[in-house]
Design a binder for this molecule. Structure first.
Ligand code: ADP
Length: 201
């Protein structure tokens, strides 16, 4: 991996669903692209093969992205080790990860390595899962970041700033032990404040 310039660092953007994390990531990436910097955005793929796609916010903005099945695929893409697309030979100035909470633990060393090589690394993700527990790799990213932005949404019950994501299954709050993927269930997510966030035991 070759460095384009010094001054690399980690920027983390967190908050509940609908707090504007993707909006903010897209804003930062698009500004860097306007300034003629090269930016690559990664997002988790459902399948294991990578493909070109877009990241989109709930309010409609979007940016080009590469969907990857693992951190290793993101690393391979950046290293230019064989792939489907025109592969970069130098590191981009900006590397962003959306939905960072769904990446494997390898995201932490990759992000640190990129920052050490002079890359501006932007990571957006849910700080808490639907139970209100720290989500995956996010705690470690938050600890190691130079800059952290915690965004809030608006509580769908009272209008207060929302810091939590309410999971509803068939219209009622999900249980702590409900599986993350429920086949055939009527699921919904809402932004909620601390008072109105409910988890059934
Ligand atoms: P995130 O990536 O954090 O889920 P997005 O950037 O995708 O957030 O979407 C943010 C947008 O979601 C807001 O600009 C707004 O249009 C919409 N939205 C929907 N529900 C809410 C809510 N309860 N509070 C705030 N914004 C909401």
């Amino acid at each position: 991996l070759k460095s384009p310039y010094s001054g690399g660092h980690l920027e983390v953007i967190v908050g509940p669903m609908f707090s504007g994390k993707s909006e903010e990531l897209i804003r930062r990436v698009n500004r860097s692209v306007i300034a003629r910097q090269r930016a690559v955005v990664f997002k988790p793929a459902i399948d294991t093969r990578y493909h070109l796609t877009r990241v989109a916010s709930h309010s409609g903005q979007s940016a080009e992205a590469v969907a990857v099945g693992s951190t290793q695929e993101a690393r391979a893409y950046l290293s230019g080790e064989g792939g489907l697309f025109g592969l970069p030979t130098d590191l981009p100035q900006v590397v962003a990860f959306d939905e960072a909470q769904f990446f494997d633990a390898g995201l932490v060393p990759l992000a640190l390595e990129l920052a050490d090589q002079g890359v501006r690394v932007i990571l957006a993700g849910l700080d808490l899962d639907f139970r209100g527990e720290p989500f995956g790799v996010m705690p470690e990213l938050l600890s190691r970041a130079e800059s952290v932005e915690k965004l809030t949404a608006i509580c769908m019950v009272c209008g207060a700033p929302a810091t939590r994501t309410q999971r509803l299954i068939g219209g009622v709050p999900a249980r702590f032990d409900d599986p993350v993927v429920l086949v055939g269930a009527q699921e919904a997510y809402e932004a909620r404040c601390r008072v109105h966030h409910q988890v059934r035991s």
